[in-house]
Design a protein around this ligand. Structure first.
Ligand code: TXA
Ligand code: MG
Length: 348
């Protein structure tokens, strides 16, 4: 398949009247799949009401079919069509955080969306992205848009159109390039179907921010352990991993440097994933900076690009610094743990 590449400037007015957006929306209406930017990561969109479109999403990504998709909307009123009810906590959160990086799980109204999009579950995940290109495209299509991150399954999520091109060129109808995404980690997935809302995936909206609005929020216990099955089907899969094995190191930079020297003595080519603060400290074959430790949002924003960059070198092993489990650090550590396949080295 020839993949079209549409470049758009996200800052112009009336984006939904732009020819590239209209063309991309037209492909969505024809049940083709189109990659587009959101404020978190690029998504691979398709008509959420069409089994044919949703099948194309799963095929292009090589995604397991038991992993449901997030339904993206551009207007609040759309959700009435496919949820049974909007709990009061969800209502408050939607008002505060939509559009934005918060996905909410609702009880699903049967028979409206493609069963494949929700992997046959009785619930549905919905979000309204805060990106002018995403909103314009959804609006122009007039459809609810099912969209997972636009990477091949298992790879780091794409934060630029080039990342999408690397993974999906030839596999999708079009890529809409609206520049780099801002937040860099995916939306927070929050289950609002129970008594107390529960975070199933940490992301762009922090637990602290949610609790400031609605009080107590639980976190799926499976996120902290490898033994329990996560409530969000997607969280059980290996994800974000570079080609070379990555070890997450909870320790000082001196300790990380020792680990690097040890591996270099064994003849390995070693990479280190670090921050602006420590970039000049390390002696390693590849030093990859993901952001500034003192400003965690820059780490979130640069993390996936840094992880992808290791694949352009022939490193044999990668050590990554660790971050605090606070604020967006929670999402960063969740992604790094997955990228490491839970291989953690702790300094005594
Ligand atoms: O920021 C984001 O959320 C990006 C952009 C493109 O919007 N999308 C994204 O989609 O990260 P994806 O498919 O890569 O991750 C969706 C996650 C998966 O872990 C999936 O299992 C979970 O949401 N999910 C979807 N529907 C669910 C449901 N009904 N119950 C529990 N988890 C659900
Ligand atoms: Mg994903």
């Amino acid at each position: 398949m020839d993949t079209s590449y549409f470049k758009v400037d996200k800052n112009v007015d009336n984006l939904s009247t732009y020819p590239q957006i209209i063309e991309a929306a037209d492909r969505l209406v024809k049940n083709e799949v189109v990659a587009f930017p959101t404020e978190t990561v690029y998504g691979l969109g398709g008509n959420a009401k069409s089994d044919a479109a949703v099948r194309k999403i799963f095929a292009a990504k090589g995604r397991p079919s038991d992993n449901p998709l997030i339904i993206h909307i551009s207007e609040l009123q759309q959700i009435k069509e496919f949820v049974v009810e909007v709990p009061q906590t969800a209502e408050l959160l939607m008002e505060k955080f939509w559009p934005g990086p918060l996905t909410i799980i609702f009880q699903k109204k049967a028979g409206v969306l493609s069963e494949l999009a929700t992997a046959g579950l009785s619930t549905v995940a919905i979000r309204m992205p805060e990106h002018p290109v995403a909103l314009a495209l959804i609006q122009a299509s007039g459809l609810p848009i099912a969209a997972p991150s636009a990477n091949r399954s298992g790879r780091p999520s794409p934060t630029t159109a080039e990342h999408v091109w690397e993974d999906l060129n030839g596999k999708v109808s079009a890529i809409v390039d609206g520049g780099s995404t801002g937040i860099g980690v995916e939306s927070t997935v929050l289950d609002c179907t129970g008594d107390i809302p529960q975070i199933l995936r940490p992301g762009g909206v922090t637990k602290e921010q949610l609790e400031a609005e609605i009080g107590l929020v639980k976190v799926d216990p499976a996120l902290a352990s490898q033994d329990k099955a996560p409530k969000s089907p997607g969280m059980k899969y290996t994800h974000y991993a570079p080609d070379a094995p990555l070890y997450l190191v909870k320790g000082s930079r001196e300790y990380i440097q020792q680990l690097i020297f040890e591996k270099k003595r064994e003849g390995l080519k070693v990479g280190v994933l670090t921050t602006v603060e420590n970039r000049d400290y390390y002696e390693s074959d590849i030093v990859q900076v993901c952001g500034q430790r003192s400003r965690l949002e820059t780490v979130a924003s640069g993390l996936y690009d840094a992880l992808r960059s290791f694949n352009k070198s022939d490193v044999n092993i990668i050590f990554s610094e660790a971050f605090v489990h606070e604020g967006v650090g929670e999402a960063i550590m969740n992604r790094l743990l997955k990228a490491a396949g839970h291989k953690v080295i702790t300094e005594n």
